[in-house]
Design a binder for this molecule. Sequence first.
Ligand SMILES: NC(=O)c1ccc[n+]([C@@H]2O[C@H](COP(=O)([O-])OP(=O)(O)OC[C@H]3O[C@@H](n4cnc5c(N)ncnc54)[C@H](OP(=O)(O)O)[C@@H]3O)[C@@H](O)[C@H]2O)c1
Length: 257
Amino acid sequence: MAARAVSVLITGANRGLGLEMVKQMVEASRPVGKLFACCREPDGPRAEALQTLAKKHPDVIVVVRLDATDLCSIQLCAKQVGSVVGTGGLNLLINNAGMLVKGTLQETTTEDMQNTFNTNVVGPMNIIKEFLPHLRAAAKASGMPGMSSSKAAVVSMASFLGSMANVKESYVILPVVSYRVSKAGLHMLTLCAAEELKTDEILFSLIYPGWVRTEMGGDEGEIDAPDSVKGMLSVMASLTEKQNGAFLSYQGSTLPW
Ligand SMILES: NC(=O)c1ccc[n+]([C@@H]2O[C@H](COP(=O)([O-])OP(=O)(O)OC[C@H]3O[C@@H](n4cnc5c(N)ncnc54)[C@H](OP(=O)(O)O)[C@@H]3O)[C@@H](O)[C@H]2O)c1
């Protein structure tokens, strides 16, 4: 990263893209200062790889419980982060946690839609709201003009499948209705936040990681997590106020809504 973010928080950091982000951020030549790696069950079997990494970097990685669908856990996490970062605030928040349920419109149930919407939209909304004081503190503490991910930023994992422009071409291949609707909602949430909080100089951007071979992306994905994350971290480092409210690919190009 160009100007390094001192403190970073990543949700869904126990596997897939989230875990790879943690890995690359702590192993970088200029690693982050504090990395809050959040997951639903820090002591469960799905967090073993993250805990092993955290033991290797005890001064940097702080593993914190956060379930995107549980407001109490978000509030507790925000409190814990606040007690560590203090008036320096939180520079970069990455809304990475997400879920996908397969299904056409006719197969999708109310429960599928509600669960997916709660995780992919309501979660990021509550996370933004609860961490706002720490993001504002970081913006204030930076003393730098403009916007950047080393000052105060929220980056959310977007999807090509949430883009209205591509439905005709992509629907037959991937008819994941609840996921598509939720990601379109996340895209709108990001635009609203970018507009509402621009005077606070907090940057909001969406990055599409590509079709990545993770549990969610499956074996047929086009790229591996290390390549996707390498690209995304480079894009994050280059963000300025010009990309406030932008929808970008992991290679930095602007994508159609
Ligand atoms: N892979 C792709 O091709 C692709 C493409 C476009 C966008 N994305 C987006 O990129 C992000 C990461 O995807 P991925 O491929 O790494 O997926 P993944 O391998 O399925 O990992 C999803 C992560 O989200 C966590 N998570 C799910 N529900 C959660 C909740 N309620 N609270 C907290 N954490 C929760 C999971 O934790 P548990 O282990 O506890 O389940 C896991 O850490 C997602 O937002 C996804 O939509 C991925």
